[in-house]
Design a protein around this ligand. Structure first.
Ligand code: LLP
Length: 409
């Protein structure tokens, strides 16, 4: 079900035309469909209902408080990777027993906060980290639940910059090292080894890497004979960014996980980000100028790579939609670019575009995940506003950053 779609000629977010929103809020701004967000979460939950997983939404994909609060209301936990994300998850009322903390470089301050908050699992990625968590826990007279992250040496067959499961990546511990560390952790008095975790990458659309990941986990569990209370399978489920693209078959994945769970008592944890929020976001931007050049026309938007980094970082193909469809087409080659002083500040160019003029608006689709959360102040540009739509209502859920703030230092 798509809640951001054309209704006759108008691009709509639920029941509101994007053009109406564009006239109300200063561009560029992000706009989310609450129905889409909830629908994605509940669908995910439903597909995996037989294994009743703990779903820890990956806060790095979108950390807007209103959005997190809505997810908490429908049962989500949180996967966090920094003290900031941890505090946001707690702030929106997510129960600490539904929070997992991943990342290769947790600081002592971050560990100490997580220990005090008694979160579900701190997923350990190195021996030194385990030693530090043990030391911090001892100082605080706590016994901390931890997970250990396996690097299964499996390629996710995804963009190389978002692949995490191969042996040359910094993430997790290789098979042998993982087994050795499990044994050492069992002797650390202030740690409880409760979880085994893995995350092989993001935007994975093929089921095969997940299948291999599960069989490696299975092998490891049989070998070390630890009755893990939790098995955290991470996130990574890929979505389709256009009609032509393939997405991960979640139903097939759920069948594989069900099979994997036979004869195991553990509880499954998932850390999905993109699949929950990716298609729930639209970035609305204004056409500032149209400039003719040697053999193309540049359509210069007021949204740039500081607002949406994914095209510049990963050549991501976010479709650009006119807010009003017409049958007239723009002649010649066109290229959508942003205002930033970098040649990589350009967006994916689908062939042909409806006739637009300066002052018109466009929407970049599927920007709910790693859109706003990856944005920056490059070129001293304030970060965009965020708007939530539900049915026929809309509200501002984050103000556009003020320029004043940016002029302080
Ligand atoms: N768990 C861990 C340990 C992760 O590192 C990540 C993502 C997730 C869960 C959530 O993955 P998801 O379900 O969203 O694929 N900026 C990139 C994506 C980086 C993902 C980093 N880790 C992008 O825009 O494509």
């Amino acid at each position: 079900m798509n809640f951001i779609r054309f209704r006759s000629d108008s691009l709509c977010v639920e029941n509101i035309s994007a053009l109406r929103l564009a006239k109300k809020y200063k561009t560029p701004f992000y706009c989310y469909s609450l129905a889409q967000l909830k629908n994605n979460f509940l669908r995910f939950n439903n597909i995996f209902k037989n294994i009743k997983p703990i779903i820890c939404f990956s806060v790095k994909s979108n950390s807007n408080l209103t959005l997190l609060r809505e997810l908490r209301k429908i049962g989500s936990g949180a996967d966090v990777v920094s003290i900031g994300e941890l505090l946001k998850a707690i702030k929106v009322g997510i129960n600490s027993k539904k929070i997992v903390f991943s990342g290769v470089g947790k600081t002592e301050e971050e560990i100490s906060k997580a220990v005090k908050k008694k979160i579900l699992l701190i997923n350990v990625e190195s021996e030194s980290e385990a030693i530090l968590i043990n030391k911090v826990s001892k100082k605080l007279s706590k016994k901390t639940s931890i997970g250990i992250r396996l690097n299964p040496n499996i390629s996710g067959n995804t963009h190389k910059k978002i692949s995490t499961g191969s042996k040359n990546e910094k993430f997790g511990l290789l098979y042998g090292d993982c087994i050795n560390l499990c044994k050492k952790i069992q002797k650390m008095k202030n740690l409880k080894l409760e979880g085994l975790s893995v995350h092989i990458g993001s935007q994975i659309t093929n089921i095969k890497p997940f299948k291999n990941m599960l069989s490696t986990l299975d092998k490891l569990i049989k070998r070390i004979k630890i009755d893990f209370k939790f098995i955290d399978l991470g996130g990574g489920m890929g979505i389709s960014y256009s009609n032509k693209e393939k997405k991960l078959n979640l139903k097939k994945y759920s069948k594989l996980v069900e099979k994997f769970m036979k004869n195991k008592n553990a509880k499954i944890i998932f850390e999905p980000g993109r699949v929950i929020v990716g298609n729930a976001g639209l970035l609305i931007s204004k056409i500032l100028y149209i400039k003719k050049s040697a053999d193309k026309k540049f359509i210069i938007l007021d949204a740039g790579m500081n607002d949406l980094m994914r095209p510049a970082l990963y050549n991501a193909k976010h479709q650009i939609m006119p807010l009003k469809k017409t049958s007239k087409r723009l002649a010649g080659n066109i290229e959508f670019v942003g205002p930033i002083c970098e040649s990589s500040d350009k967006f994916y160019n689908q062939k042909g575009f409806v006739k637009v003029k300066e002052g018109d608006y466009v929407g970049l689709t599927h920007v709910g995940a790693y859109g706003m959360s990856l944005s920056s102040n490059y070129n001293i540009r304030p970060t965009a506003a965020e708007v939530m739509v539900t049915g026929s209502n809309h509200k501002l859920i984050r103000k556009r950053q003020s320029l004043e703030n940016l002029l302080k230092n």
